[in-house]
Every structure is written in C-alpha cells, then in structure tokens.
Design a protein around this ligand. Sequence first.
Ligand SMILES: N[C@@H](CCC(=O)N[C@@H](CS)C(=O)NCC(=O)O)C(=O)O
Length: 297
Amino acid sequence: MTEKNPADNFPAGYEVPKVWVWEKGNGGQFANINRPIAGPTHDKELPVGKHPLQLYSLATPNGVKVTIMLEELLALGHKGAEYDAWLIKIGDGNQFGSGFVEVNPNSKIPALLDRSTAEPTRVFESGSILLYLAKKFGNAFLPEDHKAQTETMNWLFWQMASAPYLGGGFGHFYAYAPIHIQYAIDRFSMEVKRQLDVLDRHLADNQFMAGDSYSIADIAIWPWYGNLAQGKAYGEAGKFLDVESYKNLQRWTAEIAERPAVQRGRMVNRMHGEPSEQLHERHDASDFDTRTQDKIG
Ligand SMILES: N[C@@H](CCC(=O)N[C@@H](CS)C(=O)NCC(=O)O)C(=O)O
C-alpha cells in the first residue's frame, strides 16, 4: 500500500483500524439490511404454490432476468416452465428468513426451487438459474452451434462479473451512498462507460450477444445494461453517462424491449413504477390480463 496522510482521508483524520468493527447503520439506502454475517435472522417458511417451479424474487435487474426467461420458455410452449413467483421484499429483510436461506445460503434474490425433480432442487445465482432453465428445457436460448454456445457463455459470465461494477460500484456511489465522493464516482463511471463501449462495439457486428440468435446472454445483460440505456436506472444516470451515444446498444435494447415475454417478465414481482406495470406475484398466465387491459385502456 502507498503511504497515505490521514489528513487527506475522508473524513479527514480517519485512520484504518487494525481490525474492522461492525458499526450498525453506517448510512446509505441499504444500511438497514447490510450485515457482515450470513445465515438466517428469523424463522420463516417459504410459501409453495401449485406449479413445478417456485421463484422467490423481486423485480431488480437480477430478478427480472429469471422472470423474462420463464416467460420466454412459456412463450415457446414449454408448459413445464409454469411458475409461482413469490415476492421477497429485500428492504424488509425477507432474504434472511430461514426458508429463504435454505434455498439460497447467500441471502440474495433471485432463488428458484424446482419441485419437478425427485428431490426438490434449489438453484441460486441468476446466471446459474438461466443456465439451469436453458438445459432443463432442451437447451432453450442456448445455441447448439459450438462457437455460438461458447459466445453465449462468454457473455453470460461477462455479465455476472461486470454488473457488480455497475450496481454495487457506480449505482451505489452515484445514487445510494449518503455522500457524493468524486473519487468513487469517477472510478466507477470510467469503468461503466468502458463496459457500455464494450457492448456497443460488439453489437455493431452482432444482432444479439451470441450472434444471430437471442440467447440467455441477452436475457442476462438486457435487464442491467438495457435498463441503463433506456435511462431507467439510478435517477439521472442515463444522462450523466450519455447512454444515447451508444447507438448499437440502443438498437439492441429497443429490439429486445419489443418482445412480449420481456414486457411480461419485467412486470413480475415489481414494486416500483406505474401501478399498471406491477404484478406483485404471479401464479397464473391470466394474472397479466388485468394489467394489460389497464395499460391498453
Ligand atoms: N450474483 C447474484 C446477485 C444477486 C443480488 O445481488 N441480489 C440483490 C438484489 S439485485 C439482493 O438480493 N440483495 C439483498 C441483500 O443484499 O441483502 C445473482 O446474480 O443472483
């Protein structure tokens, strides 16, 4: 580590202690749920519905990946992809209930329980869930061709590794931190702009992330980078990062936004935005009907 003058630190005079100590409520939007300890905080069974797949989630970008995938599978005619989507309110700490922790020991949404297997199978981490569902339904949205399948995996893993810079880095320090720290905002804006450029250059020569066909790589990337490209993430972040200038990313974002399964998927477990776009829980395909009528009417 380079030598640092405590007077230059923020707050001025702060010296890094030898051992970090948890001080509850260190500020910021998620101070009430952040904790340095894993495991459940309370006993709470998870509800179980009638379908083979039980999803415990919220319509954050990571959650929306899975509901889009399930709606896409149903649109392809895979009846086994019928699902119950239960709401996990992470702001209220539902992810620390004992039942949820049994499905995801990492206490993060989304978490899936597949009850169609001999023993129920738990699946956590959104990338793992997308791959699990693709394989379960005959490599749906996973190209057979060796090169395209490898590209799909490249971009799926790229998304899993890159989005924490966007959300946990840029989004946190731009929108959620209790103070604006120029060093942090500059560092993560630089990285997110670089990521947007990576996508934009790739999409100049490719219709979708893995080439000609829409895949789980698109389903993973769109809820994060498509949302940002549409100016829907972190308040004024779209303008701040000049997302309009990434023309190929804009083309890809708009094309995917047109898909009916994407429009349905982004409504499920949604607690924010227009009430007509929120479907807090989904237990049947008909649950969308009233929302759609509201939108048209
Ligand atoms: N790498 C995980 C990240 C999941 C994640 O960060 N989920 C957030 C919401 S987007 C969450 O549950 N946060 C609650 C918490 O941190 O306590 C995935 O892709 O599934």
